[in-house]
Design a protein around this ligand. Structure first.
Ligand SMILES: [Zn+2]
Length: 242
C-alpha cells in the first residue's frame, strides 16, 4: 500500500516538474520593434538587436499587430522607435491593450514626440516632448526644442536598478532635447552634464500592468554603436520582459 502511495506521489511530482518546465519555455522571448514617421539608419539601428529574437513593424500597421489574438503569447516586449502622430480610437484601444496584458515597453529617443494630441501617451511613456508651449503648475514651458551633434556625459543616477546594471557614466555624441516634461511618478535612471537638456534623460516606471523604460539618447549611429547605450537598451528589454 505504502509503495502505491509513494509511486503516485512520484508521478504527481514528475508531472508538476514537466508542467513547470513547459511554462518556463513557453514564456515568449521575442521582441517587437516598432518604427514609423521618421527615417533612420536602419543598418546601425537593427544591429543593436543582433542576438535578440525580434520582428519589426511600423505604425500604423503596429496597431493591428497589437490587437492580434496571439500577441501576448508571441511577444515578451515592445521597443518603440517611432515619431508618429495620428491615432484613431480603435488604435488607442489596441495600444492600451498592451498594458492591460502587462506587455513591457521600451521607448527610445524620438518616441517621446509621438501622439502629441493623445494625453494618455504622456502617462504611458512617463514624459513628453511638446510641439506646443505647455503649463506645469503656474509656469509656462516650451515648446520643446532639440540640438544635434552634442557631446556630453550620460550619468547613471540609480546604480541599483536592473536597467543600469553594469553601466558606468559614459560619453556620447548625440542629439539632446530641451524643455520636455518628465512625470513625477517615474524612477529617474539617467541624467547628463549637458545642463541645457532636461534633468532626467532616462527613467523607468510602471503603467497599468507593464514595466516601462524611456531612454532619450538614440538619434543615430553614434548612439547605436555606443557600447554603454547598447547595454542600457538590452538591460531595458530584459527588465520590461515578462
Ligand atoms: Zn533625433
Amino acid at each position: 500500500m505504502k509503495t502505491i502511495v509513494l509511486f503516485r506521489y512520484m508521478i504527481i511530482l514528475l508531472v508538476a516538474s514537466f508542467a513547470a518546465l513547459f511554462e518556463l519555455y513557453a514564456q515568449p522571448q521575442r521582441v517587437l520593434i516598432v518604427t514609423g514617421g521618421k527615417d533612420f539608419d536602419k543598418q546601425a539601428f537593427y544591429e543593436m538587436f543582433s542576438g535578440i529574437e525580434h520582428d519589426t513593424i511600423s505604425k500604423p500597421a503596429a496597431f493591428d499587430r497589437f490587437a492580434d489574438a496571439g500577441f501576448n503569447s508571441r511577444y515578451a516586449a515592445v521597443v518603440f522607435f517611432d515619431t508618429y502622430q495620428p491615432i484613431s480610437q480603435p488604435e488607442k484601444e489596441a495600444f492600451l491593450g498592451l498594458f492591460n496584458a502587462g506587455v513591457g515597453c521600451v521607448f527610445l529617443h524620438h518616441a517621446l514626440v509621438s501622439h502629441q494630441e493623445w494625453d494618455e501617451y504622456e502617462k504611458i511613456v512617463g514624459g513628453k516632448y511638446h510641439h506646443k508651449p505647455y503649463m506645469h503648475g503656474e509656469k509656462k514651458y516650451g515648446p520643446s526644442t532639440y540640438k544635434h551633434d552634442q557631446d556630453f556625459t550620460v550619468k547613471i543616477l540609480n546604480r541599483n536598478h536592473p536597467v543600469t546594471r553594469g553601466v558606468q557614466d559614459f560619453s556620447i555624441h548625440d542629439e539632446t532635447y530641451l524643455n520636455f516634461s518628465v512625470r513625477s511618478e517615474v524612477t529617474p535612471l539617467l541624467t547628463s552634464d549637458n545642463c541645457e537638456g532636461g534633468e532626467y534623460i532616462g527613467w523607468a516606471h510602471k503603467f497599468v500592468n507593464s514595466k516601462i523604460v524611456y531612454l532619450q539618447p538614440g538619434h543615430d549611429r553614434f548612439a547605436f554603436e555606443n557600447p554603454s547605450y547598447r547595454l542600457l537598451v538590452r538591460n531595458a528589454i530584459d527588465w520590461v520582459s515578462r
